[in-house]
Design a protein around this ligand. Sequence first.
Ligand SMILES: Nc1ncnc2c1ncn2[C@@H]1O[C@H](COP(=O)(O)OP(=O)(O)OP(=O)(O)O)[C@@H](O)[C@H]1O
Ligand SMILES: [Mg+2]
Length: 271
Amino acid sequence: MADAAGVAALTLDAVACTFVSKDDASQRYTAVSNVSLTVAAGEFVSVVGPTGCGKSTLLNVAAGLLAPSTGEVRVFGELLAGINRRAGYMFQAESLMPWRTAAQNVTAGLEFRGAADARVQADEWLRRVGLGAFSDRYPHQLSGGMRKRVSLAQTLVLDPDIILMDEPFSALDIQTRQLMENELLALWAAKKKAVLFITHDLDEAIAMSDRVVCLSAGPAAHPIGEFVIDLPRPRDVAEVRVTPRFVELHQAIWSVLRDEVLKGYQQQLAA
Ligand SMILES: Nc1ncnc2c1ncn2[C@@H]1O[C@H](COP(=O)(O)OP(=O)(O)OP(=O)(O)O)[C@@H](O)[C@H]1O
Ligand SMILES: [Mg+2]
């Protein structure tokens, strides 16, 4: 899908990633293969797939942290070489610096860019994510949900045109998770950035997205289905889950995903 100018925010074209063992070059594992994927400017796209299939690998490719073995990545039409500077990345694992306060974590990227008003911007974003009163706390003085909010502020303060998120809320309890999902949707609706959102939770993917892409189990994981989510916005992620259309979409996508999830699970057990 492309924007009005015909240029997608992010395009993965026939991407494959093969990892070669450092000890034995004959040992290779092709995690993903022939993955073509686009995210239009302002579009919210989720990628779902079984555990270990290559979701984080694809996000690393989109971020420019990992060069694909074959295929290419384009960012607003330009071939990506090195780090994707138009993208902000929210990692699967917690990634706050424990020796810096919430505000200092949020200012880090801005300081790197040499912004003069880093602290003002950080305070503004901490307020937006509901942490105005906690800017001087260190990560260990915050709850898990609060730390995720700081990470969100840290990503969004840089005003990236593309937001890459790797299961950002999967470690949270269900209530906090739904709050954060709704907050993310509200922030996204205000700014309309391109989002590539990775999750293994199909409910979350449907509730949040404009489009859901399903990946097969690995090796050589690749898209096996793509679904347009035509649920009206604004959405409340908890309320939308009980609507007939949501249930219908869930059934349709799950019928594509089910066997792959079982396959992925069996593979992990065998390994
Ligand atoms: N640097 C690497 N070297 C070797 N193998 C790797 C490397 N990174 C990932 N892999 C392998 O590639 C496959 C995909 O990994 P990836 O982390 O992308 O999966 P995932 O879909 O994000 O899994 P999860 O849902 O558990 O987060 C796995 O089999 C993993 O072991
Ligand atoms: Mg992952």
